[in-house]
Write a protein that binds this ligand. Structure first.
Ligand code: ADP
Ligand code: MG
Length: 248
């Protein structure tokens, strides 16, 4: 029996994108079920970030179709509030406001964009700071935290809007090695809770641990996708094998 449309979280069909004459994404097909965990990897410049940015409407695309929770993104428009509020995004850079406390960073979008009353916003923010295991940092400023803690604040801030899918773009790439684990553990917690996750990362241990499927991209195309057991033990494509030799 085919899955019902509501069980699909993100559906990308034959999506292509150009920057001027340069085709950055070619015929991307990707269907992500609710609660599914996808890890995306591939060489630098293969289009991973651009694909992720298309999913939450930060980038326009020219051909094909993207549907998030049943809402279709218009190809030409970048801003689509209905999609944005469903999709959380965490970047390599934390992008926290340095002049706001951790708690204020987390409540900002709730109070300003969603008009949530302050007390309610703070209650929600504290709940997610608890979730990422830094409730005691609520009153501090980002500059007073470690990189790993700042990234966990960025994750909590996204969760405050209660997205149905979380996109991560190399969330641990700018962290010192000793802080990578705490952020990966936080993401693994989310995965455990059933959050739909699409994560660009080269942390292959993490991929083995949480991914239902690993996607390998090269030159703007999805070259291979498989469950981690198959992807790592028995990749089909020579390009995938070459890539894995470099990162493993
Ligand atoms: P990845 O995240 O896999 O490293 P990106 O999606 O960042 O790859 O980039 C894919 C390709 O698109 C690269 O060749 C990059 O130089 C190019 N690119 C990315 N953003 C832009 C842009 N705004 N304008 C023109 N080219 C871009
Ligand atoms: Mg990138």
């Amino acid at each position: 029996m085919p899955d019902s449309p509501v069980a699909r979280s993100v559906e990308i069909e034959k999506m292509s994108k150009w920057f001027g004459d340069f085709q950055v994404l070619s015929d991307i097909d990707l269907s992500v079920k609710q609660g599914e965990r996808i890890v995306v990897c591939g060489p630098s410049g293969s289009g991973k970030s651009t694909m992720i940015r298309c999913i939450n409407g930060l980038e326009a695309f020219q051909n094909g179709k993207i549907t998030v929770n049943g809402v279709e993104l218009a190809q030409k428009s970048r801003v689509l509030e209905a999609v944005r509020k469903n999709v959380g995004m965490v970047f390599q850079q934390f992008n926290l406001f340095p002049h706001l406390t951790v708690l204020q960073n987390c409540t900002l979008a709730l109070t300003w964009v969603h008009k949530t009353p302050r007390a309610e916003a703070e209650r929600i923010a504290r709940r997610y700071l608890e979730k990422v295991r830094i409730p005691e940092q609520a009153g501090k400023y980002p500059g007073q935290l470690s990189g790993g803690q700042q990234q966990r604040v960025a994750i909590a801030r996204s969760l405050c809007l209660r997205p149905s899918v979380m996109l991560f773009d190399e969330p641990t790439s700018s962290l010192d090695p000793e802080m990578v684990k705490e952020v990966l553990d936080t993401m693994a917690d989310l995965a455990q809770d059933g959050m739909t996750i699409i994560c660009v990362t080269h942390e292959m241990g993490f991929a083995r641990r949480i991914a239902d499927r690993v996607i390998f991209m090269d030159q703007g195309r999805i070259i291979e996708e498989a469950p981690p057991s198959i992807f790592f033990e028995n990749p089909r494509e020579a390009r995938t094998r070459r890539f894995l030799e470099q990162v493993l």
